[in-house]
Ligand binder design. Structure first.
Ligand SMILES: Cc1cc2nc3c(=O)[nH]c(=O)nc-3n(C[C@H](O)[C@H](O)[C@H](O)COP(=O)(O)OP(=O)(O)OC[C@H]3O[C@@H](n4cnc5c(N)ncnc54)[C@H](O)[C@@H]3O)c2cc1C
Length: 436
């Protein structure tokens, strides 16, 4: 088939790669001058198969109510006159119960495993170097009460076959000796040795080059303007070339929408309704002054809900979420405060280890679904496929999502227990997937 993939983030590029593997002819369209320049650019870098619990759980409504509108809260909700935001919020509340949480965790673990296997095979095949660290993820806690809660979470994950260990304070320091310099409270942690970290942008751009070498066409600096539908199928995608202003209709046999948070508004006029809403997050990337004293295990600091990952001679600190529309600017007082808080916390944890004088700040929009389960599969328009809504885990689930969609498009059922988009429709049942 001739396939057009819209979006060159980690999801679109992975999809392109696996479509090429299956012998399809691939064109990728993106508005940026290179791959991975939007949400896949400077994320938390964690391949977090085992720390994959969705935000929606039975306690979340109480926490969110406490945090509501508080400028320094990990999750900030700024109400807008926007149906998409309220729809998302109401669906999120509907996911906040034990049964939905357990079901969602099962799906996220399944996709995470499949994706991790896919990523490892892809790296072995291509030799892509992306500051990969295979030392696990360590989640550390300041208070005994929070650590006790984490023990319950670890037990639940073990039921899903995830090796998550509860560690005492001393064991935490054995796993990551760099935390010895931290003078604040440290009660203990949980550790998943098989998780990893690495730079999503470096990986995605390298994979895009390999796709080009295998014959894929990349149309960068081209805006996707809309889709032309005729006779119940997508006939073409209208694109605008930013360099010469020309608008063209590109034809293909099949189309993949992988434009992160922008997928939902693009498909809405076609009657394809996706409950994907942007959750803005921030990161700071710092040069290391004393790499020998910097952490190498990827970390989650529970008290601030931030991830810390070593990327070569730099460190990335990422976190926080704002449900406040599509704005990615760093200029507002809230953004500046949130960015500064990332650097300040790193300095508290690892005094004098990084150069905090010239941080590289960034903001990106997690394409979030209420359940955190992505939308992967066929839309109600037969030749229009969706790979979007990867929320907090798009890097973790990137390779697997790309592979699974390429398999589905090639008539192969991917080997994992997962509710693919459109499957119920195909079986004559209404689609009630948590994500859509
Ligand atoms: C602060 C933060 C920390 C994170 N940490 C982690 C982590 O540690 N681990 C993890 O697994 N995940 C993490 N994530 C999530 C992860 O980064 C995302 O889920 C993932 O990047 C989404 O990839 P994507 O390809 O769907 O979207 P994107 O990378 O945004 O790609 C979409 C592409 O579509 C293009 N596009 C959009 N609209 C148009 C249009 N109209 N015309 C042309 N092109 C268009 C964009 O240019 C873009 O290149 C984090 C996210 C944030 C914000």
């Amino acid at each position: 088939m001739k396939v057009i993939v819209m979006g060159a983030g980690i999801i679109g590029v992975s999809t392109a790669w696996y479509l090429l593997e299956r012998g399809h002819e691939v064109t990728v369209v993106d508005r940026q001058p290179d791959a991975a320049l939007e949400t896949s650019f400077a994320n938390g870098a964690q391949i977090s198969v085992s720390f994959c619990e969705p935000w929606a759980n039975a306690q979340a409504p109480f926490k969110v109510a406490k945090w509501l509108l508080r400028d320094d809260s990990p999750l900030l909700f700024r109400p807008r006159l926007e149906w998409a935001q309220w729809r998302w919020g109401l669906s999120f509340l509907a996911q906040c119960n034990d049964a939905a949480f357990e079901r969602n965790v099962g799906q996220l673990v399944a996709l995470g495993r499949y994706s991790h296997e896919s990523l490892k095979a892809l790296v072995a095949q291509t030799g892509i170097d992306y500051h990969r660290q295979t030392r696990g993820i360590l989640h550390f806690f300041s208070s005994q009460q929070d650590l006790d809660g984490a023990g319950i979470g670890a037990e639940l994950m073990r039921r899903h076959g995830v090796d998550r260990r509860v560690l005492s304070r001393d064991e935490v320091l054995q796993v990551e000796p760099a935390l010895r310099g931290f003078a604040g409270p440290l009660a203990g942690g949980t550790y998943t040795p098989t998780d990893e970290s690495g730079d999503a942008r470096v990986f995605t751009q390298a994979l895009a080059r390999r796709c080009q070498q295998r014959g894929a066409t990349f149309l960068y600096e081209h805006d996707v303007l809309g889709l032309g539908v005729a006779g119940g199928a997508v006939e073409s995608v209208r694109v605008g070339n930013q360099l010469d202003g020309r608008k063209t209709a590109l034809k293909a046999d099949a189309f993949v929408a992988a434009m992160g948070s922008f997928t939902a508004p693009l498909l809405r006029p076609l009657g394809v309704s996706l409950n994907i809403y942007p959750a803005k997050g921030y990161s700071a990337t710092l040069k290391l002054k004393a790499p020998e004293r910097a952490s190498r295990v990827s970390l989650i600091d529970d008290s601030r809900k931030i991830a810390i990952s070593r990327l070569g001679d730099e460190v990335r600190i990422a976190g926080t979420a704002e449900l406040a529309g599509y704005d990615t600017s760093l200029a507002s007082a809230t953004s500046r405060r949130r960015c500064a808080a990332l650097v300040q916390r790193y300095e508290e944890l690892f005094p004098g280890v990084a150069d905090t004088s010239e941080p590289n700040f960034w903001a990106g929009l997690r394409p979030s679904t209420p359940s955190n389960i992505p939308v992967i599969g066929r839309s109600r328009i037969a030749n229009l496929w969706v790979n979007a809504g990867h929320g907090t885990l798009g890097w973790t689930h990137g390779a697997g999502s790309g592979r699974a969609l390429a398999e589905l498009m090639s008539g192969v059922r991917p080997a994992l227990e997962f509710g693919f988009y459109g499957e119920r429709r195909a079986a004559g049942q209404p689609h009630v997937a948590a994500a859509a």
